[in-house]
Design a protein around this ligand. Structure first.
Ligand code: IYR
Length: 222
């Protein structure tokens, strides 16, 4: 077995201890909402770069980092994406979705119209990479790709919220058109589409509740 190259852990625990730090983060994260009502107010490229760098710090299977973040601000590309997404969404709402699915979605008030895909200053398209395309690696295999990209998506959403911006995890289905519109290679598969920006003045969100902690957290065998 080869000897791994080790470096000292950089560990800076918060001075106030884990309880208050965790509670403060909980309170901050609880104010995050999926937003569909965007302002066209610009967001800098620097902000997008820092947000994506935070997301790309995620752990991944064998540290393969099987993700690609494509940040789109070009209005003509955003328009192409909107038109293609709305075409898929019309099929979803008119044909593909079951009655039960449509009933579950009713409280969110969604339909096939997706103006936020043009109004938001940025779209971040997160792709999962089905092979490792860095030439310096021993193999081009990737592992736990959905788990890895899912974790990166969570960090991305938290980073967007932390920056005082809003987003939405949008999943037009199928998402194959994104690979085509953005000219991505075959081994990159669209995973999530996230509009990023400021909320519109007076933006509204559905009244929804999170499950109480007792429902989602079990200690030991309960
Ligand atoms: N992709 C559709 C439908 C949709 C599906 C789920 I599950 C949602 O949580 C929200 C919407 C749309 O974006 O309208």
């Amino acid at each position: 077995m080869s000897t791994p190259d080790l470096v000292p852990l950089e560990h800076r625990p918060p001075a106030e201890g884990p309880e208050s730090a965790a509670e403060a983060f909980r309170d901050r994260m609880r104010t995050r909402r999926s937003v569909r009502d965007f302002s066209d107010r610009p967001v800098s490229r620097e902000a997008i770069e820092a947000i994506v760098a935070a997301a790309a710090s995620a752990p991944s299977g064998a540290n393969k980092q099987p993700w690609r973040f494509v940040a789109v601000s070009d209005p003509s590309i955003k328009r192409e994406i909107r038109l293609a997404a709305e075409q898929e969404e019309r099929l979803f709402y008119e044909k593909r979705a079951s009655e039960a699915w449509l009933r579950d979605l009713a409280p969110l008030g969604t339909d096939s119209s997706k103006p936020f895909l043009e109004i938001a200053p940025w779209l971040i398209v997160l792709f999962k990479c089905m092979k490792d395309d860095r030439p310096d690696r021993d193999s081009d295999l990737v592992y736990y790709v959905n788990e890895s990209v899912g974790i990166a998506a969570g960090l991305l959403i938290a980073a967007i919220h932390h920056a005082g911006l809003v987003t939405l995890t949008h999943t037009p289905s199928p998402m194959g058109f994104l690979q085509e519109v953005l000219g991505r290679p075959d081994h990159e598969r669209a995973f999530l589409l996230l509009p990023v920006g400021h909320p519109a003045d007076g933006a509204m969100v559905p009244r929804i509740a999170r499950k109480p902690l007792e429902e989602v957290l079990v200690f030991d065998r309960g």
